[in-house]
Design a protein around this ligand. Structure first.
Ligand code: AP5
Length: 249
């Protein structure tokens, strides 16, 4: 496999930080938004697309999970509030998310392109993001909407384990690490996300149900939406994604 994956320090930690390994420049960088229910596999597909095509994986959830590793006293009151919302499975306020994304808008110019995962999440965020794109002179190639039946989503979320250090994602059945509970990439101990516990999963699914349709419609009206079945293996879904994107890249 061609490993083109850039590191994401400027995205994960904010404007004061620079990425150590910068994406390889491509003639036509891929600029995508990935939509889909919690657990549909957006992060897994973003990881494959990033590693193989070089676009930077920009996940808003990963910004919050990185902040969670910081010193408790260094977090702003707004970040404390955001992490509490996340733990409960609720959305973080539009204002907070938009501030974080706007502060990181130079990542939209990443020369390998970008894969936005988990943002925008509401029509308010999508409208504000449209302005940010316009101000930055950047256009999207497409918005991928990963579709998945509910039962399978619960299986995926309850078996997920993540690396708190390098953010790699595993699954105890479908993508187990080589050594139990140890990250294949950096050797850190794997953990279960707090919001993958049953009560938070329920809240996340309800929240997703109310915001998904208006958001999909928003991008449908702009002729950017591509729906992709998220059933099957990650490789099958990746192949479907590439085929669906071909006419647009
Ligand atoms: P976020 O981190 O964005 O989480 P999410 O959208 O709920 O999505 P997930 O990360 O749970 O799922 P995924 O689709 O990426 O699935 P994955 O690839 O890991 O957000 C977390 C929280 O942060 C939110 O609840 C909110 O509080 C806050 N937040 C973030 N952005 C926000 C915003 N814009 N506005 C407001 N609040 C925001 O796969 C899941 C599992 O399945 C893994 O174990 C994986 O290995 C496995 N798997 C994946 N694909 C397959 C496959 N094809 N077959 C079998 N197993 C598979």
């Amino acid at each position: 496999m061609n490993d083109l994956k850039p590191d994401r320090v400027a995205w994960l930690k904010g404007a004061a930080f620079n990425c150590d390994s910068i994406a390889v420049a491509t003639h036509s960088p891929l600029r995508l938004v990935l939509l889909g229910a919690p657990g549909a596999g957006k992060g897994t597909q973003a990881e494959l697309l990033s590693t193989r095509l070089g676009a930077c994986h920009l996940s808003t959830g990963d910004i919050f999970r990185t902040a969670k590793l910081s010193n408790y006293c260094d977090r702003s009151p707004a970040m404390h509030e955001a992490l509490n919302s996340m733990r409960r499975g609720e959305l973080v306020s539009d204002e907070m998310v938009l501030n974080l994304v706007t502060e990181r808008s130079r990542c939209l110019h990443c020369r390998g392109g970008f894969l936005l995962d988990g943002f925008p999440r509401t029509v308010t965020q999508a409208e504000a993001f449209e302005k940010v794109l316009h101000e930055n002179g950047v256009t999207l190639n497409a918005v991928l909407n990963y579709e998945m039946p509910l039962e399978e989503i619960v299986n995926r979320l309850s078996g997920r384990r993540i690396c708190p250090q390098c953010k790699a994602v595993f699954h105890i059945v479908t993508r187990p690490p080589e050594m139990v509970d140890v990250c294949d990439h950096c050797g850190a101990g794997l953990i279960q996300r707090e919001d993958d516990l049953p009560e938070s999963i329920r809240v996340r699914m309800t929240t997703h149900e109310s915001s998904a349709a208006p958001l999909a419609e928003f991008y449908q009206r702009r002729n950017l939406l591509i729906s992709i079945s998220a059933e099957g293996t990650p490789e099958e879904i990746y192949d479907r994604t590439i085929s669906a994107l071909r006419p647009r890249i």
